[in-house]
Design a binder for this molecule. Sequence first.
Ligand SMILES: [Zn+2]
Length: 308
Amino acid sequence: MQRLSALIALLALGAAAYGQTFPEPRTLKINDRVYVLLGPIQHANRINQGYMINSTVIVGDKGVILVDSGGSDEVGRHIATAVRRITDKPVTHVVNTHHHGDHYLGNMAFEGATFISSEMCRSMVLETGAEWLGIMERDIGRKLPGTKPLAAELTYPEGTRTETFVHGVRVVFWVPRGSHTIGDLLVHLPDDEVLVAGDVLVSRVVPTMQDGFVKNWIQTLDEIQALGVVHFVPGHGDLMTHHDVTALRDAMHGFYSRVKEGFRSGQIAGEIRKSLNLPSWDALERSYVIGRNINRAYLEIEADSFNE
Ligand SMILES: [Zn+2]
C-alpha cells in the first residue's frame, strides 16, 4: 500500500511536469497597440517551466511584432496564446533581443515569421544554442524534444540604429556596443515613447554581467536616458520609469567603480565582494550572480589596464 501511494505520488509529479502548465503573464497595456506580457522573474525551474521573461506585443495594422519568444517551444506557444487574447492578427515578426536561451528558444512556436536580431546574436545562437537548450533542460528537469535553436535571418550590425516601418509602426532597431551580451538589440518605438531593452534593463533582479561588457553597458544606459522615452520595458521584472533607469545606471556605475578601486589596490575578487556595499542588489532575486559579476568586471578592468 505504501509502495502504491509512493507510485501515485510519483505519477502525480510526472503529470505536473509534463502537463505543461505555465504561469500566466500579467498583461500590461501601454497604449492601443503596445502591450507587455510580464512573465515570472525566477530563474528557470519546475514551476515556471522555463517561462521567465517579458515579451512585448506590438500590434500593427496587418500583423504583430513580438519581442522575445520564451525559453522553449512550449513557452513560445504559451506566449502565442497570450498574444491571441490581445489580438487575432498573426505574429509576422519576432525580435530576439539577445542570445540567452530564456529569450529566444520559443522561436519554433512562430515558425514562418520573420526573425530579427543583431548580427552577433545570430552567430551566438548558432554557436551556443545547443548549450542553452541543455541549460534550460537541466533547470526545468526534463527534456525539451520540440525545442530547436532557431537563429534570426534578418540581422543588424553593431553600432547601428535602423529606422523602419513595420505594419505602419515606426520602429528603430538599435544595436549598441556589446552591453548585457556581445549582441544586444533594442527596439525603440519613438511615436509610442517606448523602449524594449531586453536584459540591458532589468528590474527586481540583479543584472547578469557574465557575458557582458560593463563599461559599454553603463554607456548604453546613458544613451537610453537621452532617448526621450517614457515607458521602459526590461527583460525581467516590472516596467521601468526614467527614474528607475537612472537608479540602475548609478548602481552599475557604483559597482564598477568599487571593483576598479579594489583592482588598483591589489584586492582579490573575494575581498572586493566583502567590501561591496550594495544593499539594493543583495535583497533582489538572483543576488547569487554578484560574485560572477565581480569576476567579469575584474577581468574587463584588468584587460583595460594593459592598454592604459
Ligand atoms: Zn540575458
